[in-house]
Every structure is written in C-alpha cells, then in structure tokens.
Design a protein around this ligand. Structure first.
Ligand code: AMP
Length: 284
C-alpha cells in the first residue's frame, strides 16, 4: 500500500493512473477502522482497479468539541488492516493539508430540507462540515466510484446532494454499502470502543428496537410505535435524541403510509457519554 500525506502529490499520481485508463474507488473515513470500513474497501476492490482510502478526523464536522478530542485514533492498526484488506493507497493528510486557507467555510452549502432534520437538527453545522471535507477529498481523489455506508443513512443523502451541487453526478458513481454489525446486531462504529462493558451490552437495544419497529409496523399506528420504541430505549438506559420513521428516499417523517411507501427507521441515542446512531430499512 502506498501512503500519501500530501494531497497534491496524490492528486498528480492518481491523474497519471486515470490517464492510463485505470478506475479509482474511494473510501473516505475518520480511522479507528473496523469491518464496516473494510467492507467498503472490499467492495471497491471488486469494482475499481485502484482503491484509495483516506483517514482524516475532520474537525469541522464535530459540533461537540469533546467528541472531537475523544475521537479514537489507531493509525498503526488501521494501516495494518488496510494492507491486509488489499487497499492500494492511503491518504493521511494533516488539517492544514486539507484546509490550507483555514477551516472557515467561505459559503454554506445549500442542502435544503435534508439538513434541517434528524442529525442536522441535533448536530447543527455537522453536515456543513461533512460537505466541506468531502468536497476537498473528492477534488483531491476525483474517484470514479465512491463507497459510503448505509450506517450513516442521512449522510449518504447529503453527500449525494453535495455531488450534485459540485456538478459531478456524471463522473462519480455512489455506492451505498450495507451496515456491518457485531454478532449481537450492534452496528459497528468507531465510537463503540468508548462503551464500557455494561454499556456495550445494553447498546444492542438500538438494533432490537429497530427490528421491533419493523415487525410491528403493520399492526401498530406509527405514533404509538414510536412511543413504544422510546420506552424500550429509555428503560435500557438510553437518552434518546430521536426515533423517526421516514420516507426512505426523502427522509420526510411519515405517519400514514400505503403499500408503495418505502420506509426507514432511524434512531440516535446516548448510552452514557457515547452517542450512537443506527437505521433499518423497514419497507424497501
Ligand atoms: P467514519 O469513519 O465513521 O466517518 O465512516 C467512514 C465510512 O464508513 C462512512 O461511509 C460510514 O458510513 C462507513 N461505515 C461506518 N460504520 C459502518 C458499518 N458498521 N457498516 C458499513 N459502513 C460503515
């Protein structure tokens, strides 16, 4: 695996590969890698000739500075896992490499409704920061394929919108890969490392709640279902940010649906100090 620290060098190198007709698959991450990230690398390897991963803990997307400070960093292990998975190139830039003119955002991204709800509502400015870093990374890597995890459902929609705003929808094919889970169902996440053993055990309740919602969707009215889900999580010790049942393509909250409505259930909740998110497609 080749390691690049400087975006310009990587950009030049990838331009030469693209000139030879090679296709580039890209997996942006914040490191502390687990099988969820590696599944994206594996998918890229199947579809692209060259797979690039970036590890960059982006300061501008953390609305809570404590969350940024506590973000796990495991570079040696990450490099080992990427090598083992067959990643071709790792970009490991510094904050000044990504933001040579400072982290101030010159103009806000016009993301519309998608930014006003759920993660957008509970983490103000988060998606602006996500777009800021992803725009930089996409300009550096100019991938043919971009791999994102369904685990961050709303983020996938935001990045799709960003690609549209950048006028790159025809150049970049977006692939949304399934959520990798621990054997008990907990969605893999770098943040799981912060859970104490007891918290870790309780955390599976998010996935169980999503499954319960899916199982009872056709028998219980949505407001009652959400109240039941809230009770399940609270009783397990979660502090809930949101439980939402939404249209899977627009993320508009749904109270009544017909047989054609695709639905997704989304949950964000704190277990102790750790904020966890998860989602489940309820109806395709
Ligand atoms: P992160 O390092 O958390 O920014 O995540 C980098 C990429 O990995 C994002 O596209 C995430 O959606 C994806 N990802 C994170 N966790 C998982 C998971 N459990 N399964 C699949 N993809 C994931």
């Amino acid at each position: 695996m080749l390691l690049f620290k400087h975006p310009k060098q990587l950009h030049r190198y990838l331009a030469s590969l693209k000139a030879e007709g090679q296709t580039i698959g890209f997996v942006p991450t914040m490191g502390a890698l687990h099988q969820g990230h590696l599944s994206l690398i594996q998918q890229s390897r199947l579809q692209s000739q060259v797979t690039v991963c970036s590890i960059f803990v982006n300061p501008t997307q953390f609305n809570d500075p404590k969350d940024f400070e506590k973000y796990p960093i495991t570079i040696d292990q990450d490099v080992y896992l990427l090598e083992k998975t067959g990643c071709d190139i790792l970009l490991l830039p510094s904050v000044t490499d990504i933001y040579p003119n400072g982290t101030q955002l010159p103009h806000p991204y016009q993301l519309g409704f998608i930014e006003s709800i759920l993660e957008g509502e509970y983490r103000p400015g988060h998606f602006q920061g996500v777009c800021q870093v992803v725009e930089q990374l996409l300009q550096i890597v100019t991938p043919n394929h971009l791999y994102l995890g369904q685990k961050d459902y709303q983020q996938c929609m935001v990045i799709e919108k960003l690609i549209e705003l950048m006028g790159m929808s025809n150049q970049i094919m977006l692939h949304i890969c399934p959520t990798e889970r621990e054997s008990d169902g907990l969605a893999m996440s770098s943040r799981n490392r912060r859970l104490s053993p007891t918290e870790r055990q309780k955390s599976v309740c998010i996935y169980q709640t999503l499954q319960k919602i899916k199982a009872e969707l056709n028998t219980i009215p949505i407001p009652d279902l959400k109240a039941k889900a809230q009770k399940m999580l609270t009783e397990e010790g979660f502090l809930v940010d949101y439980i939402e049942i939404a249209h899977a393509e627009t993320l508009k909250p749904v109270e009544n649906f017909d047989h054609n409505t695709p639905l997704v259930g989304l949950i964000a909740a704190y277990m102790g100090e750790t904020r966890l998110i998860d989602n489940l497609l309820l109806r395709p």
